[in-house]
Design a protein around this ligand. Structure first.
Ligand SMILES: Cc1cc2nc3c(=O)[nH]c(=O)nc-3n(C[C@H](O)[C@H](O)[C@H](O)COP(=O)(O)OP(=O)(O)OC[C@H]3O[C@@H](n4cnc5c(N)ncnc54)[C@H](O)[C@@H]3O)c2cc1C
Length: 406
């Protein structure tokens, strides 16, 4: 595959996308990157844009209480959403969401459930109890079906619970040349449906979903230095430009107002999923609506035809590779560490390709160097503690550039 991008995708998202569309964004930046604001620009900043005093993170490796690894179920063509017959049973597939499963789940569920309800079944079986299975199950209940989930593992044991917890709807979702332009339209439909649905989870007790500020501390302006994708990097599809109108864009902070002493500090707003509470909320909502859960492992597609339900939505995530012998599902390994929560740290930070996300169930620390190729094709789920400790060290360095304010 040719190398089409010289810059890491995370850095590109950081600098170009809208906050609603990805990790971070710069679409509506009043000052062009690299130009640098003059001191007088600080005086022009509206009072509500002045960053509040931030509490520093306790960036100490000994505070890492949890480190987990998970495999993104990546498909070059995008998620599998076709319909298949096995005997008398209709199987609607819904798996292969790469690094965007939480973000796109409601949109994918809407598409899968519409296909499953085509024959107006009274009962539906859902295989899988991760982000995709649960949202499919709840969406099917809302469409009027009685739903039973069958799964080997339930949240919080499923891989979904080991995700970062950010709205990242086009993270490793497809390859540009394999997925083709039609997938872009489908992706946009899924992203918009999901984004709308997430509004319903804001402001709830337990804070399953919330918006937080994110600060990106950069030494080299866009186009001058920074990280590179490795040689031969794949051309992962990027669609964030399609939904730039969904949320606020990021801004380059005037240097004297920036909480960190660095040439370029951007601030944006990002949607964050507090996965412990959000997962719990989904499970509770499903059960409260009369949902049933059966713990069961399937070893072959033919076993689905033995279920009492004749319409099945198949959401096995990375498990689809083994269950369906589907080698189009490629593992993309990812690791996150969690530091002991600090309720006073209510903002996210990106520095030297390390992400800090202030989740309430543990402050996420994630090394992102290597861009979208990081972990590609790697199914090793063994924890690498050194990686997380190093990432905490990078954050400690960021705080050596922190300007303490009252
Ligand atoms: C490090 C990391 C960070 C991520 N961060 C984000 C993020 O910030 N935002 C985002 O949107 N996405 C993120 N993702 C991606 C997201 O986590 C996945 O896309 C999503 O979890 C996939 O959900 P799923 O329900 O398809 O799979 P899973 O969570 O793996 O669920 C699969 C379900 O199917 C069941 N199952 C599988 N095989 C069988 C079988 N044979 N028989 C019975 N049951 C079976 C399992 O037990 C489980 O219940 C991240 C991924 C990783 C690895």
């Amino acid at each position: 595959m040719p190398q089409r991008r010289t810059m890491s995708l995370d850095r590109r998202r950081l600098l170009q996308g809208s906050a609603a569309a990805g990790l971070l964004g710069l679409g509506g930046c009043a000052t062009s990157p690299g130009a640098g604001p003059s001191p007088s620009q600080a005086a022009e900043v509206p009072v509500w844009e002045i960053p509040p005093p931030l509490r520093p993170l306790r960036a100490e490796a000994q505070r890492l209480f949890d480190i987990t690894v998970c495999l993104r179920p990546f498909r070059a063509a995008g998620p599998r959403l076709d319909v298949e017959r096995i005997g008398d049973t209709t199987v609607v597939h819904n798996y292969g969401y790469g690094g965007s499963g939480w973000s796109l789940s409601w949109g994918g569920a809407a598409i899968a459930v519409a296909k499953a309800m085509a024959a107006s079944p009274q009962e539906i079986a859902v295989i899988g109890c991760g982000a995709i299975g649960l949202t499919s199950a709840i969406t099917a209940q809302q469409a009027g079906a009685k739903v039973t989930i069958y799964a080997k593992e339930l949240l919080p044991q499923t891989r979904s619970s080991r995700a970062t917890g950010l709205w990242t709807p086009d993270s490793r979702i497809a390859l540009t040349d394999v997925a083709g332009p039609a997938f872009g339209d489908l992706w946009e439909q899924m992203a918009r449906t999901s984004f709308r649905t997430y509004r319903n989870y804001l402001g709830l007790p337990g804070t399953p979903v919330e918006w937080v500020d994110m600060y990106s501390v950069l030494d080299a302006p866009e186009g001058r230095g920074g990280s590179s994708q490795p040689p031969g990097a794949l051309d992962f599809a990027s669609y964030d430009g399609r939904i730039r109108n969904l949320g606020p864009h990021s801004q380059l902070l005037p240097r004297e107002l920036s909480p960190f002493d660095a040439p370029d500090v951007y601030r944006s707003s990002v949607m964050m999923f507090n996965i412990a509470d959000y997962g719990h909320t989904l499970m509770a909502d499903f059960l409260a609506a009369g949902g049933r859960i059966v713990v069961r492992e399937f070893h072959a597609p033919s076993e689905l035809a033995e279920l009492p339900q004749t319409v099945v939505i198949n959401c096995p995530g990375y498990g689809g590779r083994a269950l369906w012998r589907d080698e189009t599902v490629v593992p993309v390994r990812g690791q996150v560490g969690r530091l002991i929560p600090q309720p006073d740290v209510n903002y996210s930070l990106y520095y030297k390709e390390v992400l800090m996300l202030p989740r309430r169930d543990g402050i996420i620390v994630q090394a992102l160097e290597g861009g979208d190729m990081k972990g590609y094709g790697d199914s090793n789920e063994t924890v690498d503690r050194v990686e997380s400790e190093k990432a905490v060290g990078v954050l400690a360095e960021a705080y050596s550039r922190f300007k303490a304010r009252g």
